[in-house]
Design a protein around this ligand. Structure first.
Ligand code: Z5A
Length: 217
C-alpha cells in the first residue's frame, strides 16, 4: 500500500485528539493528502457501534461484548476508511487503534494479550501502524483534563471507570512501548501542545522522506 498509517494513543485527556488534528492541519498546509480518523468510529457504521459502546445504559455491557464491539467497529473502519485511504496514497492519522485494545481490554479488563493480538490481526487483516505516538500523562492529569471537558451528559461508560483501571491501562501502554521501541514513540503529554506537535511533525517528515524505516507490514 502506498500510504502511511500513523496512530496516536494514550489514556483519556492525554491530548491525542489535539495532536491528531494539529498533525492533519500541518500536513494539509504542505499539500500532503491526509485522512484524519478515529477509533472506535471512523466510518458511518463504526460510529454507530461507537455510540453503542460508549453511551452508559441501564444494562451493563459484559467485557466480552465490549471487546467484540470494539473489534467489529475496527474491522468496518479498516475496510471502509483506512485501507481505501492508504490505497489512495494518503497519510492516515488515526486517533486510537489496535494498541488501545491491548491497553484497555488487556491492561484494564485483564483479557489475555495473545488472544487480543490475534483478534486485532483478524479484524485488520494484519494491518499495523508505521508509527505510533504514545502521549503519556499521569492518570491524575488525564482525568482532570477529561473531567474539565465532559459535557452535561457527564462521563462516557469507560471514562466512569475507577482510577486503578486507568493506572493499569497506562502501565500496559508503557509496556507496549518497551516491547516495540522502533514503532512506538513515547511523548511527555505534560509538555506544551506546540512542543509536542513539533516533535510529531519532525518525526513524520523523517518517515516521509525515507530517513526512518517504515515498519508498516
Ligand atoms: N477504547 C477501548 O477501550 N478499546 C479500544 O480498542 C479503543 C478505545 C479503540 C473512547 O476513546 C474510549 O474507548 C476510550 C478508550 C476506549 N476510553 N475512555 N474513556 P476516545 O479516544 O474517543 O476518548 P478519550 O480517550 O476520552 O479521548 P479524548 O476525549 O479524545 O481525549 P484526548 O484525545 O486524550 O485529549 P484531548 O481531547 O486532545 O485533550 C483533552 C483536554 O486537554 C483538552 O481540553 C485539551 O485542550 C487539553 N490538552 C491537550 N493537550 C494538552 C497539553 N499538552 N497541555 C495541556 N492541556 C492539553
Amino acid at each position: 500500500m502506498r500510504g502511511l498509517l500513523i496512530t496516536l494513543e494514550g489514556i483519556e485527556g492525554s491530548g491525542k485528539t489535539t495532536q491528531a488534528s494539529l498533525l492533519r492541519d500541518a500536513l494539509r498546509s504542505e499539500r500532503i493528502p491526509v485522512c484524519l480518523t478515529r477509533e472506535p468510529g471512523g466510518s458511518p457504521m463504526a460510529e454507530l457501534i461507537r455510540d453503542l459502546i460508549l453511551t452508559p445504559r441501564e444494562e451493563p455491557l459484559a467485557p466480552e461484548s465490549e471487546l467484540l464491539l470494539f473489534l467489529a467497529a475496527r474491522a468496518q473502519h479498516v475496510a471502509r476508511t483506512v485501507r481505501p485511504a492508504l490505497e489512495r496514497g494518503e497519510v492516515v492519522v488515526c486517533d486510537r487503534f489496535t494498541d488501545a485494545t491491548v491497553a484497555y481490554q488487556g491492561g484494564g479488563r485483564t483479557i489475555p494479550e495473545p488472544f487480543l493480538r490475534s483478534l486485532n490481526r483478524w479484524a485488520t487483516g494484519g494491518l499495523e501502524p508505521s508509527r505510533t505516538y504514545l502521549i503519556d500523562v499521569p492518570v491524575d492529569v488525564g482525568l482532570a483534563r477529561a473531567k474539565g471537558r465532559s459535557g452535561p451528559a457527564g462521563p462516557d461508560r469507560i471514562e466512569a471507570e475507577a482510577r486503578g483501571f486507568f493506572e493499569a491501562v497506562r502501565a500496559r501502554y508503557l509496556e507496549l512501548a518497551r516491547q516495540e521501541p522502533e514503532r512506538i514513540v513515547v511523548l511527555r503529554g505534560t509538555d506544551p501542545e506546540e512542543a509536542l506537535a513539533h516533535q510529531i511533525r519532525d518525526d513524520v517528515h523523517r518517515i516521509l522522506s525515507g530517513r526512518t524505516p517504515n515498519v508498516q507490514r
